[in-house]
Ligand binder design. Structure first.
Ligand code: PEP
Ligand code: CO
Length: 452
């Protein structure tokens, strides 16, 4: 294989990039970005990789979740806090019910660029460039809004930096203290059956904490009780941006993409001889790659060999998004091929992207039952092959939105418009997310490493 550099992707065919109106202006922005400080440190990415290796080995479970696309317009401390709250709640449910440690990664602090199935969108006879995420253009349907503007890359960097700053404060500054488990339950969730079920777990944790305190185990001396490790991730789609934030680690001399702890390759950009695979093979962060229904077993083995040639555990997470109707049939042969090839992979389920459809009322949505069914099918496929279903990857929000159908509140199509706030794909609301955590916890209980 030819020599890798942070810019070697530039000689390969690239997909899903915006048509920037002025390449010179883009290069100027990328130069400015490359002079700005890294957002994360290589040591943090290595720590995450070690935790993901535990999950790959069947000793931990990955919860990766957040918005489909973060927004420049809807950016404030409360929203960040609420997103962290729901992820912490889900992690508590999963850990408490299954006894398996949960690695927590947000789709946050950099999730601003979107691949699209079409370059343009037509409304009432007017054709404009598709919305590609706030890092590229605005979602309003006007010529000015839809024009790609590279200055948005700088804005994305700064919004990522302030989001990360707040997340670090929340994760280490007492907000994530286990004694706060009740405070993570928001009012609109507490009143629901899942919220009540969560309160029971929280009461159990309170009792356990009181017991441990009496036995001398207190949060002052045991940091695990009052802080969490929370990591960031996004789809590494705009390679110019990722290249600008790729820095040589002064300790090891290795290259890390310091835009996030983990970055992943989307379903539309995972072609083996393309620019994205070229860029990702050379960075030492833990990386992900989406695996959709068209992937063949041989293709997935080739991806593993190219992206993780030294077969390092925790380096490669394959995020399976087949659709509820496909996963039971298509996944087992892939699992078998990767297993037989001896490739170390952390397998996770993205039950969102293979289950999207447009409802009768014209909203892009997903049905909660399909989402749960895909996760169940993912667990069944692993049980059949004898591999470990190592995590879930979800689009969700801490808000009380109405974007996905069904769930215990039985949301119907005509109710979607009430609080349909996403700038891209439909997200689970906090109640649906908690419900999902309980269901996954049940699947995990039946699939404990000791019992498999
Ligand atoms: C996404 O994760 O938002 C996404 C676009 O996914 P995929 O690449 O799997 O379609
Ligand atoms: Co999405």
């Amino acid at each position: 294989m030819s020599e890798w550099t942070p810019s070697s992707w530039r000689s390969k065919a690239i997909q899903q990039q915006p048509s920037w109106p002025d390449e010179g202006a883009l290069e100027d922005v990328l130069k400015r970005l490359s002079a700005l400080p890294p957002l994360v440190f290589a040591g943090e990415a290595r720590e995450l990789q070690a935790q993901l290796a535990e999950a790959a080995a069947g000793r931990a479970f990955l919860l990766q979740a957040g918005d489909c696309a973060e927004s420049f317009n809807d950016f404030n401390a409360d929203k960040i806090r609420d997103k962290l709250k729901i992820i912490l709640q889900m992690a508590v449910v999963l850990t408490y019910s299954s006894g398996v440690p949960v690695v927590k990664i947000g789709r946050i602090a950099g999730q601003f660029a979107k691949p699209r199935s079409s370059d343009t969108e037509t409304r009432d006879g007017t054709e404009l460039p598709s919305f590609r995420g706030h890092m590229v253009n605005d979602d309003d349907f006007t010529t000015v809004s839809r024009a790609p503007n590279p200055e948005r890359l700088i804005n994305a960097y700064h919004q990522s930096a302030s989001t990360l700053n707040l997340l670090r404060a929340f994760a280490k500054g007492g907000f994530a203290d286990l004694s706060q488990v009740h405070a993570w339950n928001q009012q609109f969730v507490t009143d629901s059956p899942q919220g009540q079920r969560y309160e029971e777990i929280a009461d159990g944790i309170d009792r356990a904490l009181r017991f441990m305190e009496a036995a001398g185990v207190i949060s002052e001396t045991h940091p695990q009780l009052h802080e969490v490790d929370f990591y960031t991730s996004h789809e590494g789609l705009l390679l110019g941006y990722e290249e600008s934030l790729t820095r040589k680690d002064s300790l090891t001399g290795d290259w890390y993409d310091c835009s996030a702890h983990m970055v992943w390759i989307g379903e539309r950009t995972r072609n083996l001889d393309g620019a994205h695979i070229e860029f990702f093979r050379g960075i030492l962060n833990p990386i992900g790659c989406k695996i959709g229904p068209t992937a063949t077993p041989q293709e997935v083995v080739d991806l593993c060999r190219t992206l993780n040639p030294d077969n390092i555990p925790g380096r490669l997470t394959l995020i399976v998004r087949m659709g509820a109707g496909n996963v039971r049939e298509l996944l087992p042969p892939i699992l078998r091929a990767v297993d037989e090839a001896g490739c170390s992979v952390l397998w996770t389920s993205d039950p969102m992207h293979g289950n999207t459809f447009t409802s009768e009322s014209g909203k892009k949505t997903r049905h909660f039952d399909d989402v749960l069914d895909e996760v169940a099918g993912f667990f069944e496929a692993h049980a059949e092959v004898g591999t470990w279903p190592g995590g879930i990857h979800c689009e969700l929000t801490g808000e009380d939105v109405t974007e996905c159908l069904g769930g215990s509140e039985e949301l119907l199509d005509h109710e979607l418009h009430a609080r349909y706030e996403t700038v891209c794909d439909p997200r689970l609301n906090a109640r649906q997310s908690l419900d999902m955590a309980f269901r996954v916890a049940e699947l995990l209980q039946n699939n404990r490493p000791e019992s498999s």
